[in-house]
Design a protein around this ligand. Structure first.
Ligand SMILES: C[S@@+](CC[C@H](N)C(=O)[O-])C[C@H]1O[C@@H](n2cnc3c(N)ncnc32)[C@H](O)[C@@H]1O
Length: 282
């Protein structure tokens, strides 16, 4: 792991938010004065969900949902760990009045921004803040994700998506969430989710990748940083496959990303992406 990343993880979530806000204040003011930002793009100082182009990444996820999950404008979609609306924003131009979007996240600022900027204009887009503990994002509570029941009816969604979420969640929490996804999906509903997958290829490639690797092995998963466990977590592929199978989720497609450093030229995605179908009948 590089030093910059190590330093970043050593900050508390509050301090990280503050540092980001201060760091980006000049550019956010500049963009505001010169009208360079549309109303549905959050200020950089508030964009806590990672680097990369906010708009391009959101558009890319939307295309993946259409191509790989058959997303239709009339569908009901759930976005777990929706952050600050990176996917919700492009979806506002796609989901019709017959469809709907639900997103929830543990970071209050992101949810408040989404409610103010998105739900006011698009009432079928609903955002919920849930106070759950995560070492990287929220230390304000001790309630764990493993004890959380999602506030939605059984079989109420056509599609569930979780991008860059399980890369920050430990096994007990991840297992609970996958169980909840299985409960919420309609029969043949789709689940798109991303992981850092450990297999023979990624483990070999990772050895030569000094900047991004998981050296702290804990059985079915490995950590990037021992102190901030939820900073980044990678899972053994066999463990993930078994977890999906146990929850009646059939893997339709698995696309490996280039995070480990393997085949960086050919691969398009950074993280590894699963598309699963719900095969649960009862
Ligand atoms: C890297 S960000 C990705 C955000 C969003 N999915 C995206 O792609 O723009 C990870 C998100 O997961 C959220 N998160 C972490 N643990 C969570 C949990 N247990 N339940 C819901 N959201 C969680 C964080 O607050 C953060 O917004």
């Amino acid at each position: 792991m590089d030093l910059k990343r190590k330093l970043y993880y050593s900050f508390s979530p509050r301090l990280r938010f503050l540092v980001r806000k201060i760091y980006y204040t000049p550019i956010d003011i500049y963009e505001k004065i010169f009208g360079l930002k549309d109303d549905l793009s959050p200020p950089k100082g508030m964009t806590f969900i990672g680097s990369g182009d906010f708009k391009k990444t959101g558009d890319h996820y939307l295309q993946m949902l259409i191509t790989d999950c058959g997303l239709l404008p009339s569908h009901k979609i759930l976005d777990i760990g929706c952050g600050i609306g990176r996917l919700a924003v492009p979806l506002t131009a796609y989901i019709s009045k017959e469809g709907s979007y639900e997103g929830f996240d543990i970071v209050r600022q992101g949810i408040e921004w989404c409610k103010d900027k998105i739900s006011k204009k698009f009432p079928n887009f609903n955002f919920t803040h849930i106070d759950l503990r995560n070492e990287l994002y929220n230390l304000e509570t001790d309630t764990t994700s493993a004890e959380f029941t999602f506030p939605y009816e059984d079989h109420s969604f056509d599609i569930v998506i979780a991008t860059s979420l399980f890369t920050h969640m430990l096994p007990k929490d991840t297992e609970r969430y996958v169980q909840e996804v299985s409960r919420l999906l309609k029969l043949n509903g789709k689940f798109l989710c991303t992981f850092f997958i450990l297999n023979e290829v990624s483990k070999i490639a990772m050895k030569n990748n000094l900047h991004f690797n998981f050296q702290h092995i804990r059985g079915n998963y490995s950590l990037m940083d021992e102190k901030v466990k939820e900073a980044n977590i990678a899972y053994e592929e066999n463990y993930l496959n078994a977890m999906f199978s146990k929850n009646s989720l059939k893997i339709d497609k698995l696309t490996y990303g280039y995070w480990s450093g393997s085949n960086m030229i050919e691969k398009k995605e950074f993280q590894d992406t699963y598309v699963c179908s719900s095969v649960k009948t009862a």
